[in-house]
Design a protein around this ligand. Sequence first.
Ligand code: ADP
Ligand code: MG
Ligand code: MG
Length: 865
Amino acid sequence: MKQIYFFSEGNKDMRQLLGGKGANLAEMTRLKLPVPAGFTITTEACHAYQRNNNELSDSLIQEIDNALIKLSEYTNKSFNDKTNPLLISVRSGAAISMPGMMDTILNIGLNDESVVALAKITNNERFAYDSYRRLLAMFGNVVYGISEEIFDQVLTDTKKDNNYKSDIELTTDDLKSIVERFKEIYTQDAHKAFPQNPQEQLLAAVNSVFESWDNNRARVYRKQNNIPETLGTAVNVQTMVFGNAGEDCGTGVAFTRNPATGEKNLFGEYLLNAQGEDVVSGVRTPQPIDTLKLSMPKIYDQFAEIAQKLEDHYEDMQDLEFTIEHGELFLLQARDGKRTPEAAVKIAVDLVNEGLIGKKTAIKRIDPESISAMLHADFDKVELKKHTSLTTGLPASPGAASGQIYFTAEEAKNAHDDKHQKVILVRQDTSPEDIEGMVVSEAIVTSRGGMTSHAAVVARGMGSTGVVGAHELQVDYKNKVAKINDTVLKPGDWISVDGTKGKIYSGQIPTSEAVIKGDLSILLDWAKEISDMGVYTNADTPADFQKALDFDADGIGLTRTEHMFFKAERLLQMRRLILAKDATGRKDPLEKLLAMQQNDFYEIYKLSAGKSVTVRLLDPPLHEFLPHDTKEIKLVADELNETTEDLENRIDSLKELNPMLGHRGDRLAVTFPDIYQMQVRAIINAVLRLKDEGIEIKPHIMIPLTDSKAEMQWVRNLVENQIKELSSDVEYQVGTMMEMPRACVTANQIAEVSDFFSFGTNDLTQLTFGYSRDDVGSFMPEYIKQGILPNDPFQSVDIEGVGELMKMAVDRGRQTNKQLPIGVCGEVGGDPKSIQFFDKIGITYVSCSPYRIPVARISAAQATI
Ligand code: ADP
Ligand code: MG
Ligand code: MG
């Protein structure tokens, strides 16, 4: 097995074998760029090392010796040369870049003898000892595990004793005594002397790099970034070039474009008379790369030219490391540069416009999730630094908002309406009764609940900021006070909420609002062009829908009619309806609700401009609408002309032990047909009214909670009879939610009486796992921590279980009707990973909250590509 490749033998496509750094050093060598000569020990050698009980094999040692001979011939220097010593760096580099995770040792080859030779041949004693002290510190740290701070302390003390401001002032004598001090540290701390033999130094360094693959930092980084443990690292052995040999020397890092904004100009920093990590470690303040234009114009021009060449070659923004030795430029590293979401979008669009990449490649390079960070208000970065966060909860709904807190929906609403305050609703949890307070709130904060709790779903739906499950928050309703650790909050106090990160701050922090414009809107247009999956929105109000249209939704995949019932006037009518003794009593509230719903649908349809709108008929259990406290009960009793006792009894009789599995959805249609009839009438009347205005609407009516063909057939008849009563020439579709496991299994039958399917993945997940989604907060985090669940299945679809049911339903549904449109309107409809899967099983469109649309759009395009 060949375990070593010279840079001249490799290329950029060999990352698996040579690691990213090695492959790119080889590529730059191939491009005839000035790269110091060297070779790469392969990742396969790393695997062999691991198999060999973490020891270097004899065959590898032999190969390293041979490579060194070749390198010596090439450079005309050698380890044992008494006048011209060979110095090398040993650098780690895995296939996937793991910045700062592995260790690098510079100046290997120096010892008490060669340091003198180096001083002589360079005529620069200071430089020779500066290099030696660096080797001693790096080697001591990496190979012997001596803490960096111990070495740093010696430098700091020397500077302090001499009143130096920076390392650059250290004299040759200082450096000589630092070297001696460092060697003492070896014997004190590691009880081992520094190995004077260069070969021994090199082998120990290679050994340490292989070992460092398994260090804690590296393992944590891999875990966080899903990098497989089996990859292993390569080791690069490279001739040293010296940025620390005088004022005509230096070292730096630069990006070919600005990594924060994406602007096309060289962006970077350098230091004269410096080596290695000096630039990034902050020991001295580096100079902006622009000033190199003045100090070394030729080098600057050469570097700018190479930067452009590399960018063109790699077709992406590059992050480069370089060193200047006595007015000669060397490249030490190239890789695709990390960037902010804003920069990623701008660079992708610019590269397409510059003709370097195609639109598909541009879209593939965008992390869809990162887009969401661009779409929400954010705290002013400078102001934010002045505040510390009180606690962190789940980042339920992104955005940033400040407001005055209230603990009840009513108080929040009053403060908003009467005092024109910006309010934040802070509660243990929320229920549909709190909607009015939630609507007026800048942000919603709860101490309990998960990412799909009521508070979270509603906040996302409304596009307001939300943090839920903030366990350190204690809300005491009785005493009207909340506590977060030592901080006490009272009604009217200001807090600031970061829904993107889940953080809560005290006080008020200014924000800036984001909109889709410029490059992002161009990129989203391309994504729309490319993807074969539609992206619809879940929108309950004309305002939501407008927001979604601003984000270019293809239509509405889900309008939840019940949310329309929670405004005060409607809630009262709804209560009168539910609590009426008989059909006669239901008549008046039904008429009132009809008028209101009709108007809502009219507004939404009018906005739709030809885009399809799917309205779901009433879904939640009736008890969610019932009054709970005595004041409210009395109000309704008065309205119904009844005693509170009578009413309380009836409310009691409507209570269910398991409401989410109880009297809800289409089961209500079977027992209270007049509610669905009223809703259908509202829909058709709105359609007819628009028809008069010359606007043609094809309503899509969706039935929730279906579990059998017979049930769907029953409800369908109810709906169709009602439609026929009103008009004979409205084109419509009646479809069903797919959210019951039984419905998925019998999808072929249900498809016979259903014009479309739409997966309600929240309920389907809840019922497949048997997890109550309002209660998962108590155990889900532990399940994820223990690795029992890989992630929250309410946020990213459980492919093996829920996904398999979905696949079955798609296949069986299409057995009956090949053209059956099938959507997904649950929370996971906006999740990139889930969207990849949905595309694979043949989903027609996803539907998500307005703010997720751009994320879903990019994901849908990526799934298509
Ligand atoms: P990292 O992966 O942490 O960036 P590197 O292997 O790139 O580590 O090494 C860190 C720094 O060491 C480089 O940026 C460069 O400045 C310096 N360095 C590495 N090899 C050499 C070399 N052969 N000559 C001069 N400097 C080097
Ligand atoms: Mg580097
Ligand atoms: Mg549902």
